[in-house]
Design a protein around this ligand. Structure first.
Ligand code: HEM
Ligand code: HEM
Length: 186
C-alpha cells in the first residue's frame, strides 16, 4: 500500500540519508584520528598522517554545517508528515524529542569543533584555503571547546543508537513507519 501523504518529502529524505552517511563518517573519522600518533611520537623518518585526517575532518565538518543550515531551514518551513494513530502518544512525543535533540546536537557539533579549532595554534583550513584568524590561540579556550565537542559527540552517538533501535523495532514489528523516510518511491 502506498500513502504518499504520510511520507517525508524528497528534499527531507535526500538530506536525511546524505547527512546520516556524512555524520556517521565524521564520528568514525573523529574517533579514529585522535588515536593517530603525533609527528613527535614517531621514529625519525616516519611521517604522521594525523594532520591530513584532522584537515579532512575540519573541512568536511564545515561542509556539513552548510547542509545542516539547509536542512533546518527546510524543516522549519516544511512539516513532518503526521504519524498514524497506531503509534501511541508517548511514542510520538519520544520520537519528536529525540529528533529535536538530534537537530540541536547536529547544529552544536560543527560550532564547538570550529571554536576549538579557532583557539588552536594551528590555522583552520577549508579544503586547503586558510581561513582568516579571528582569535588568538588560547589553550584554556581550546580545551574547553574540545571537552564540549567530545561530550556532544558521545551524546550524538547515544541519540543515534536510540534512533536506530526505534527504526529496527518498527521494521521488525512490521509497521510502515520506516517507509516514511525510505528512498524507494512506489
Ligand atoms: C557534524 C560535525 C562533526 C562531528 C559529528 C564531529 C565529530 C567528532 C568526533 C567524534 C571527534 C572525536 C572525539 C573528540 O575528541 O572530540 C572529533 C574530534 C575533533 N573535531 Fe570534530 N566533528 C564535527 C565537526 C567538526 C568541525 C567543523 C571541526 C573544526 C572546524 C572539528 C574539529 C575537531 C577536532 C580538532 C577534533 C580533535 C580534538 C582532539 O584533538 O581531541 N569537528 N569530532
Ligand atoms: C542509519 C540508520 C538510520 C535509519 C534507519 C533512520 C531512519 C529514520 C526514519 C524512518 C525516520 C522517520 C521517523 C518518522 O517517521 O517519524 C528518521 C527521521 C530522522 N532521522 Fe534518521 N535514520 C538513520 C540514521 C540517522 C542519523 C545518523 C541521523 C543524524 C545524525 C538521523 C537523523 C534523523 C532526524 C533528525 C529525523 C527527524 C526528521 C524530521 O522530522 O525532520 N537519522 N530516521
Amino acid at each position: 500500500m502506498t500513502n504518499n501523504a504520510a511520507r517525508y518529502d524528497h528534499v527531507q529524505v535526500i538530506l536525511h540519508w546524505l547527512m546520516a552517511a556524512v555524520i556517521l563518517f565524521m564520528i568514525a573519522l573523529g574517533l579514529y584520528m585522535i588515536e593517530l600518533p603525533k609527528q613527535s611520537e614517531l621514529p625519525v623518518g616516519e611521517e604522521s598522517v594525523r594532520a591530513f585526517y584532522f584537515l579532512l575532518h575540519k573541512s568536511m565538518g564545515i561542509t556539513v554545517a552548510v547542509l545542516i543550515i539547509l536542512r533546518v531551514a527546510w524543516r522549519l518551513t516544511h512539516k513532518a508528515p503526521p504519524l498514524p494513530d497506531t503509534v501511541s502518544k508517548w511514542q510520538q512525543k519520544a520520537a519528536g524529542a529525540v529528533h529535536v535533540l538530534i537537530y540541536l546536537v547536529m547544529i552544536a557539533m560543527p560550532i564547538s569543533g570550529f571554536m576549538q579549532s579557532l583557539f588552536s595554534k594551528y590555522d583552520t583550513k577549508f579544503w586547503g584555503i586558510v581561513l582568516p584568524r579571528m582569535a588568538e590561540a588560547d589553550e584554556v579556550m581550546r580545551e574547553s571547546f574540545n571537552q564540549v565537542h567530545e561530550c556532544l559527540a558521545f551524546l550524538l552517538i547515544g541519540l543515534i543508537v536510540i534512533h536506530l533501535a526505534a527504526a529496527i523495532k518498527h521494521r521488525l514489528s512490521g509497521t510502515e513507519i520506516t517507509d516514511r523516510m525510505s528512498l524507494r518511491r512506489d
